[in-house]
Design a protein around this ligand. Sequence first.
Ligand code: FAD
Length: 120
Amino acid sequence: SLPPEVYRQAVSQADLAISITDPAARILYANESFSRITGYGRDDIVGLNESVLSNHTTPREVYADMWTALRARRPWSGKLLNKRKCGDVYLAELSITPVLDAAGEITHYLGMHRDVTELH
Ligand code: FAD
């Protein structure tokens, strides 16, 4: 089995933007690619809700679908219009996975996204 440090370094250095939140979508951890893509440094972003990335142009139904899936402990994937710290808008291809404890309760969410603006 891998030493825990390898998991940590792999997530830290992944090319995808990776964040881990509490059940209220408040960011507890963000990796280097998350900072590169969003423009938020680690110290800016920890403690904020993921909604800080919203450009507020994504239809409400998209978020409703997202939270229906997540509350049912199912992963969700989709595309959202996100806003960087500088205000630039980008298209994010996002996947969110509920992280469950041994009792099956949601303790965290794992978010992974990439910037697909140039592919569209
Ligand atoms: P909100 O009022 O936050 O949410 C709209 C509706 O969603 C609410 O009425 C409620 O029904 C439901 N809802 C919201 N939060 C919760 C909750 N904690 N539990 C159950 N239901 C809830 N959004 C983006 O725009 N861009 C992202 O990149 C992004 N990444 C995310 C990554 C992760 C890991 C998670 C967990 C969420 C992410 N979100 C992202 C969703 C984000 O947290 C907001 O729900 C979304 O941005 C809508 O924000 P809002 O303020 O417009 O509406």
